[in-house]
Design a protein around this ligand. Structure first.
Ligand code: SAM
Length: 291
């Protein structure tokens, strides 16, 4: 067990984790600016990118790179400086370091050395997207980027199928269409929100069902940065892996559930029941039409 009292002895060095804006420069906090100004060194994912931020705020602090390709080699160098009483600020390109960005490893290594790790609150795309999505924010599951390969993506989504919390993904504009399709195929019809270009001039929320969002992605030119928020599983299924909420329903009751409770069209409801039961749509149609 380790106990950290962050401000008991401020003569000691520290690792400050400093979030930076995800678009709008006004989202940097006073405290973040003060720490960046007073730090002995700023470890940045991309020094050229952070240099622009520092120039904007007229901060002269020196920079050193700390990114996915050199993070292990850099670690000791940075932590030795903290042991010598220096204050190192860690930033990523945007938002909170360590959240789909480098940072976790050095935080862990600093803790191993009993160093102070002080995290500043600030901009983060996932939380902003979650709150703006209008989907339940009480419980959420942040995933980050899904795997790129179709099969791996499907496997991961299948693993998340029973999660009741809202699901948060990051995605690139090049893969958004495929990812929405995979979400629809693996999770069925759910409410989904795409939060695009948050805090920027072209900020946009697209809120609808997974099917509607796929059509939107097919009809529009996809640009910018995205958070995808997916409604959690909410069909009353038990957490028990082997039990499914519809197992006591007939096929007809199952389809009616989607029509009456979820407001789906007959066609959508049949399709969803077929997905749930892993049976062909035509089998569900047959049962439904002879009812
Ligand atoms: N550390 C960052 C954070 O705290 O949000 C996330 C870094 S991750 C490498 C970058 C991804 O975050 C983007 O591909 C996009 O999915 C999401 N993202 C970042 N800025 C965004 C914005 N302004 N609007 C929507 N999504 C954003």
């Amino acid at each position: 067990m380790k106990i950290q009292k962050s401000f008991e002895d401020e003569t000691k060095g520290a690792l400050y984790v400093v979030p930076t804006p995800i678009g709008n420069l006004e989202d940097i906090t006073y405290r973040a600016l003060n720490i960046l100004r007073s730090a002995d060194l700023i470890a940045a994912e991309d020094t050229r990118n952070t240099k622009k931020l520092l120039n904007h705020f007229e901060i002269p602090t020196s920079l050193i790179s700390y990114h996915d390709h050199n993070k292990l080699a850099r670690e000791d160098q940075l932590l030795d400086r903290i042991d010598n009483g220096e204050l190192i600020a860690l930033v990523s390109d945007a938002g909170m370091p360590a959240i789909s960005d480098p940072g976790y490893e050095i935080v862990q290594a600093a803790i191993d050395r009993n160093q102070r790790v002080v995290v500043l609150p600030g901009a983060n795309a996932a939380l902003c997207g979650l709150v703006g999505s209008g989907l339940p924010a009480g419980e959420f599951y942040f995933y980050g980027f899904l795997p790129r390969k179709k099969k791996d993506k499907a496997e991961e989504l299948n693993r998340l199928k029973r999660v009741r919390a809202s699901l948060l993904f990051y995605e690139s504009p090049y893969r958004i269409k495929d990812t929405l399709k995979a979400i629809h195929e693996q999770l069925g019809i759910r409410r989904v929100t795409i939060a695009r270009e948050l805090t920027k001039r072209f900020e946009e929320y697209v809120r609808g069902t997974s099917e509607e969002l796929i059509s939107w992605a097919e009809e529009n030119e996809i640009r910018g940065e995205f958070v995808i928020v997916v409604e959690g599983q909410n069909d009353g299924a038990e957490d028990d892996e082997d039990s499914v909420w519809w197992e006591d329903l007939t096929i007809v009751e199952h389809v009616d559930h989607y029509i009456v409770e979820k407001g789906l069209s007959n066609k959508e409801a049949v399709k969803q029941a077929a997905v749930d039961r892993s049976i062909p749509k035509r089998d569900v149609y047959q049962h439904y039409h002879i009812k």
